[in-house]
Design a protein around this ligand. Structure first.
Ligand SMILES: OC[C@H]1O[C@@H](O[C@H]2[C@H](O)[C@@H](O)[C@H](O[C@H]3[C@H](O)[C@@H](O)[C@H](O)O[C@@H]3CO)O[C@@H]2CO)[C@H](O)[C@@H](O)[C@@H]1O
Length: 738
């Protein structure tokens, strides 16, 4: 049996009742979409293929052109096999250009919850909405950019720089989306880590780093039977990603056993034959909307006719695409395309839960939070209110005006409504009899007036980023620095000077440097509210007033200074990926750099103790040996060790803790990071309650990529095991020997 495993909750009320039950649930969820389902889909695809002309086949693999169909990507219908006009639509947090859809939280906020149930539900609802509007292929989720560069403009679309956390989130999201019969698309494959020069840059990476960091979450995606993958704009080791034999044919299709199809990012194709012969299966959008040449369509027909692209390769492309369509059973009763349909249902509940449970409490001196019916509150900052021009005033959210809910670019949607912080605070204040002094500006003049005399002053700051085709306030996608926008540091300074109970609320696409803010004695609390989308204010009020204890944990490191990350934006034509495996906390650990707030950190309104570590292992040293299944060698997915730990809520209020498992490899594995996340669980605990987290390690979790053997290898020796509340707050230590 080939099991994909992760931390499962023991003795909890959630679906993951115990490790066995959890696995059974997982297998049940996988039923109908495993290898046998691919085989069935392929046999349907082969039969359909025999009824297609060459022109039909070329049409199936070629988009009709930008703005020439109802969706951002479209291919023509093929009546003879009942194949529809295929609709491909962004994106990772909902239906782009939808008329009445939910603006789900960005991926980074979902990761910040560390809650697989919420992440999965988000995926299920994404799929439900995509199907409801007739979208066949939803262009998400995102595992690239992985986020090695904290300034990376699109990092917020994905799940953060840890490959394990991203891998779990990819799996849950894909299985959720595809459970509703919608094809997911894992993107952008691969090493598209920055917006600057993204369409020309050459990402040069070593084999081991490719496997252990960047490819790792794609293995999860393939294991979860993702139907499609989008190749990225950049070059990989000298060849364009969309015509790179090594990554498309070698890594993705052969090594990971990917059965679906590779589509190009929009205009990421460079040549007719190179793309066809090196593993790309569908070109998007198929037009020259950026002044580029059309490369497939008639050109592909000619290339096949003159033998530059084989008929077998064209058939393979078509079979892969049709197999994805049959796998998701889109051949029967699929809704017609209507992007304007109202498909929101009750999905805003997931948005609020993810927005709320993804909030990370970074500082809470004197227990200033939760608020206790203050008589007067100051609310300061332009991002405390909705954009005065309208919540959707800026195309693809391409501005940072008013409250921030998501970054900008193709991975955005129209907000159906937007609850800004002030909206929700006002409602709460009315029921408490609290007076609010609002100053919805970032100018320091007027701050003293608004902030002094209030029981507490809430000051709102932001940092935004997005996709490079839009420039916002001079920012061309990637952030030029990690400072808050709109003079946020000065604004906080002014507020903190006027009010010694200042609470800073940060909405941001990624880390910012907080040193100036933390140096203000008046700053008593820092609430990292991330990117909460349409439920921005409601989620915040839930936490500020203690309706729930904050339970988010940082999905990335917050450094003391930008240079501490050691992974800057590359301005030249090449990114050598010299940091190798050592990104984010791996880098800080290796270099002995103290972060300001470490990966995995987050406070609560209650306290937790850790006890009773137990470690069992059946692992043996050596190389992976199984047959290839979706996701790679089958034995890599087998459980080889189990670790349990008990967490108790010793405080006075309900809360949720995220025990995290970090593994240290034995020295026989050369140059591995000092520790690597390999398990987590979210335990909801009443005061005095204890629960046990069970972390099942798969062989892949304790393997490294041996470049000489070209295989995953379990090293012999002693593995360190640490369980704790963050990557630097490790409460329990143990080991197992291999
Ligand atoms: O949407 C599908 C994938 O497209 C890539 O982003 C493209 C984005 O969708 C598209 O809106 C944008 O078009 C702009 C164009 O680049 C610009 O020259 C023109 O002036 O304005 C257009 C917007 O109106 O192009 C983007 C590519 O450059 C994404 O990378 C991918 O993730 C999407 O799934």
């Amino acid at each position: 049996m080939h099991l994909r495993t992760f931390a499962v909750l023991a003795a909890s009320s959630l679906a993951w009742a115990d490790s066995t039950g959890g696995e059974k649930n997982h297998e049940a969820r996988q039923a109908g979409s495993g290898p046998a389902a691919w085989d069935a889909a392929y046999s349907q695809a082969s039969s359909a293929l025999s009824r297609l002309s060459q022109q039909d086949k070329v049409n199936i693999v070629t988009g009709v052109g930008w703005n020439k169909g109802p969706c951002v990507g479209n291919t023509p219908a093929i009546g003879s096999i009942g194949y529809p006009q295929l609709c491909l639509q962004d994106g990772p947090l909902g239906i782009r250009f939808g008329g009445s859809v939910t603006a789900f939280t960005p991926g980074i906020q979902a990761a910040s919850t560390w809650d697989v149930e919420l992440i999965r539900q988000r995926g299920v609802y994404l799929g439900a909405e995509a199907k409801g509007v007739g979208v066949h292929v939803l262009l998400g989720p995102v595992a690239g950019a992985l986020g090695k560069i904290p300034n990376g403009g699109r990092n917020w679309e994905g799940f953060g720089p840890d490959p394990y956390l991203t891998g779990i989130a990819m799996s849950e999201t894909i299985e959720g989306i595809q459970s509703n019969g919608v094809q997911a698309c894992a993107k952008h494959f691969i090493l598209n880590e920055q917006e600057t020069n993204r369409e020309t840059i050459n990402s040069v990476v070593d084999d081991r780093t490719m496997h252990e960091l960047y490819l790792f979450p794609y293995a999860d995606a393939v294991h979860s039977n993702v139907a499609s993958v989008m190749c990225s704009y950049n070059k990989v080791n000298g060849s364009w990603a969309c015509e790179n034999d090594k990554i498309q044919n070698g890594l993705l299709k052969k090594e990971l056993g990917f059965k679906g199809y590779v589509m190009s990012d929009w205009n990421a194709q460079h040549t007719t034959n190179g793309a066809a012969n090196n593993g790309m299966d569908m070109t998007m959008p198929g037009s020259d909307y950026n002044g580029r040449t059309i490369l497939w369509g008639p050109q592909l027909n000619t290339a096949v006719n003159n033998g530059q692209v084989s008929k077998a390769r064209l058939d393979d492309m078509v079979k892969r695409i049709l197999a994805g369509w049959y796998l998701l059973k889109q051949n029967t009763g699929y809704p017609a395309i209507n992007l304007k349909a109202n498909v929101q249902g009750n999905h805003k509940e997931n948005v609020r839960a993810v927005a709320r449970d993804g909030i990370v409490l970074l500082k809470n001196d004197d227990n200033i939070l939760p608020l206790k019916k203050p008589s007067k509150l100051a609310v300061i900052g332009s991002s405390s209110v909705v954009n005065p021009a309208g919540r959707n005033a800026c195309t693809d959210r391409g501005c940072n005006t008013g409250a921030l809910g998501m970054g900008w670019g193709s991975g955005t949607v129209e907000y159906p409504y937007f609850v800004a912080p002030y909206d929700a605070l006002k409602t709460r204040a009315q029921s408490d009899g609290t007076t609010i002094n609002l100053l919805s500006s970032d100018s320091t003049s007027g701050v003293a007036n608004a902030a002094s005399g209030a029981d507490a002053a809430l000051v709102f700051i932001t940092a935004d980023s997005g996709e490079g085709y839009i420039t916002v306030e001079g920012v061309t996608g990637d952030r030029p620095n990690l400072d808050p926008w709109h003079n946020g540091n000065q604004l906080v300074q002014a507020v903190a000077q006027a009010n010694k109970n200042t609470i800073v609320v940060v909405h941001s696409t990624g880390p910012i440097i907080l040193e100036t803010i933390l140096a203000q004695p008046g700053v008593k609390a820092v609430v990292w509210a991330g990117l909460p989308s349409q439920e921005n204010g409601n989620a915040l009020v839930d936490v500020l007033y203690g309706l729930v204890s904050p339970s988010g944990k940082l999905p990335y490191t917050i450094a003391k200074q930008e240079s501490d990350y050691g992974a800057p934006i590359q301005r030249g034509g090449t990114d050598q990926f010299t940091e190798g495996l050592f990104i984010d906390y791996r880098h800080f650990d290796k270099q002995g750099i103290a972060p300001r707030y470490e990966f995995g950190f987050g406070l609560s309104y209650t306290n937790f103790t850790y006890s009773s570590l137990s470690v069992t292992s059946t692992a043996s040293p050596g190389a992976a040996t199984g047959e290839t299944i979706p996701g790679g060698r089958s034995d890599l997915w087998e459980i080889v060790a189990t670790i349990t730990a008990t967490v108790k809520n010793t405080g006075g209020v309900q809360g949720a803790e995220v025990p995290q498992l970090y593994i240290t490899f034995p020295s026989s594995a050369p140059s591995t990071p000092p520790k690597q996340l390999r398990g987590f669980a979210k335990l909801k605990l009443a005061p005095g309650e204890s629960k046990t987290a069970t972390f099942n390690l798969r062989k892949r979790d304790i393997s490294y990529w041996d470049t000489a053997r070209q295989n995953w290898v379990v090293p012999s020796g002693s593995f360190g095991v640490a369980v704790g509340a963050s990557s630097r707050d490790l409460r329990l230590n143990g080991k197992f020997d291999v």
